[in-house]
Design a protein around this ligand. Structure first.
Ligand code: HGY
Ligand code: MN
Ligand code: MN
Length: 414
């Protein structure tokens, strides 16, 4: 078992093949959840899994599972996977690496004729990104019982298309009840999406914890009027209010360093005409921190600050607390298996906390879970220039192979 290694070229070629689906001119991918491109990536994934002897099932929110049988079908599967949907200006590796690294583990086990005790199963989660349909980690969230199938199906995108109708349109509303699918453990490979591993020259990140997140949607309403004759002192300018609120978000992030992150990613101005004082502004807020107490403190400061600014300018404030995903520790035994995999394969490694959310965050509620990070160039992700090296991607996949085999070859009660 110890000297078994994955085929790095095959993994790389699969990544490049998958990256053709939704490829953008700048070298990234645009493969939004539940679009025809999502369907195309699912079909390629399913074909590759079936070619590798797996049986593919789909649940009611489109999560896909490709199971490689083990000697004992009564044992719960050792799962590994990630997502294939991307950001609008996403990269080739965010998500796809975790799905295709899991497939490479299956292909390697097939080549070596390894029969595991427990089944090995690849998971492909619907709408991890939360870009077209918010919040993020939606498919794994339903699987973990955080969201209901019905509430997720009812979500609508900016064009008014519902999750459920789009899922049916692409043909991926399966019959399995989400979460009715026990698992022994779950491992996810992912690029770090931050600068630490590259900066330290370390190829493998042993992910011990994941940040907590709080997402908000804010609508500020003032009075739209003529930009010319309306005196400054009488204005109720929604954009001036939003601008002060956006500065507040940034300030809250800076006041909670070194681990806080605070981002306004979406902003819509109404009526968005150069000579009309904006009457309404919509924007989103994304807070992150590994310590729940600090995340709560950021939440309190935000709510007080938004109300103060709205009051000072005489604006109506509507704040929707969209999503809260608490910080989580990953399973010590699975984390140790990842560390052992790195050591056995002679790959440098260091413990690291995930700044990004991942499906593993919700799988950690269902079974022992851990993650494996590899560096990405400049720490850049959610950007079409996202890049990673063939060697690092292979190193992370070797570690995944070890962790999966360690769990799936165990005999006796799992
Ligand atoms: O937002 C996140 O952390 C993830 O990319 N969905
Ligand atoms: Mn991702
Ligand atoms: Mn992402």
């Amino acid at each position: 078992m110890q000297n078994l290694k994955i085929d790095g070229d095959r993994l790389w070629n699969s990544l490049m093949e998958m990256a053709k689906i939704g490829a953008t001119e700048k070298g990234g991918v645009r493969r939004l959840a539940l679009t025809d491109l999502d369907r195309e990536s699912r079909e390629l994934f399913a074909r590759w899994c079936e070619d590798s002897g797996c049986t593919v099932t789909v649940d009611r929110v489109g999560n896909m599972f490709a199971r490689r049988p083990g000697r004992d079908p009564s044992k719960e599967p050792v799962m590994s996977g990630s997502h294939l949907d991307s950001q609008p200006t996403g990269g080739k590796y965010d998500g796809a690496y975790g799905v295709l690294a899991a497939l490479e583990v299956v292909r390697t086990l097939n080549d070596a004729g390894v029969e595991t005790e427990a089944p090995v199963e690849i998971a492909m989660w619907t709408n991890e990104e939360g870009s077209r349909y918010a919040p993020a980690m939606m498919g794994s969230g339903v699987f973990a019982g955080v969201f209901s199938t019905e509430e997720v199906h009812a979500k609508i995108d900016t064009e008014g298309k519902s999750f459920g109708e789009e899922l049916r349109r692409i043909g991926y509303e399966g019959g399995e009840t989400p979460g009715d699918h026990p698992a022994d453990s779950y491992f996810e490979c992912h690029i770090e999406q931050g600068p630490i591993l590259e900066r330290e020259g370390v190829p493998v990140g042993v992910v011990t914890d994941a940040n907590g997140q709080r997402w908000y949607e804010v609508t500020v309403t003032g009075v739209e009027s003529h930009a010319g004759p309306t005196p400054m002192e009488t204005r109720k300018d929604a954009l001036v209010g939003a601008a002060q609120m956006i500065s507040l978000v940034n300030e809250i992030g800076l006041n909670n360093l070194p681990n806080a992150c605070a981002t306004v990613g979406m902003l819509e101005v109404y009526p968005n005409s150069r000579n009309v004082i904006p009457g309404q502004v919509f924007f989103t807020i994304d807070f992150r921190h590994p310590d729940d107490t600090v995340l709560s403190r950021m939440d309190t400061a935000l709510k007080a600050g938004l109300a103060r600014i709205a009051d000072e300018i005489g604006l109506q404030l509507d704040r929707h607390d969209l999503w809260y995903s608490p910080p989580i520790p990953f399973d010590p035994d699975c984390v140790a298996a990842v560390r052992r995999g790195a050591e056995l394969h002679g790959h440098g490694h260091r413990d690291i906390v995930s700044g990004a959310g991942h499906d593993a965050v919700y799988m950690a509620r269902m079974c022992p879970t851990a993650m494996i990070f590899v560096p990405c160039e400049g720490g850049i992700s959610h950007n079409e220039v996202e890049n990673a090296t063939r060697e690092d991607l292979a190193a992370g996949c070797d570690v995944l192979l070890h962790a999966v085999m360690e769990r799936a070859l165990r005999t006796g009660a799992s």
